[in-house]
Design a protein around this ligand. Structure first.
Ligand code: 8DG
Length: 144
């Protein structure tokens, strides 16, 4: 909805939802170490979404995504720039253990209901987590 109103002024981001043992991989960057979000980033001109993810995961984690599958497109405010953002999220596994690059401040795994929850970027907390719970990829409240 946001994207249809604001068009080109919406920041495009592509990110990976990597889940292992019921927990989601999140990273924070040295530029904003208290904010955790999905590995990924902005596409370069003419770059496909899959190529963006391969490049960003290589740069940030030293690994490649495997078995990419579209989870959905979500809209929220970009955690760092504070501008409208549209993020395309792929579920994926990794070709090996993630090795955080120098630009990262931290790497962690969250079930969405732990100490990371208040530090998650709005798009992850408000949009991506509910999608993952609905897809039974993360534990939910089970109607409680
Ligand atoms: N990668 C990623 N970015 C997110 C998420 N949620 C969210 O608000 N963002 C925001 C943070 C930033 O404002 C923007 C993406 O910035 P970035 O710094 O990760 O992207 P990038 O590597 O391409 O950036 P740059 O340093 O090349 O400018 O989107 C998310 O889950 N993953």
């Amino acid at each position: 909805m946001l994207a249809s109103v604001l068009g080109d002024r919406v920041m495009e981001v592509v990110a990976a939802a990597v889940i292992d043992q019921g927990r989601l991989l999140v990273v924070s960057k040295k530029a904003a170490p208290a904010v955790f979000y999905l590995p990924g980033g902005k596409p370069e001109a003419g770059e496909s979404q899959e190529a963006t993810l391969v490049r960003e995961l290589g740069e940030e984690l030293g690994v490649a995504p495997r078995d990419m599958d579209l989870l959905g497109r979500v809209e929220d405010v970009a955690a760092l720039e504070g501008v409208p953002m549209c993020m395309t999220v792929f579920t994926a596994s990794l070709t090996g253990p993630p090795k955080p690059a120098a630009e990262l401040a931290a790497l962690g795994w969250t079930d969405g209901r732990d100490a990371y929850e208040p530090r998650l970027a709005p798009a992850v907390r408000n949009q991506v987590l509910p999608l993952l719970v609905r897809a039974a990829l993360l534990p939910g409240d089970h109607g409680i």
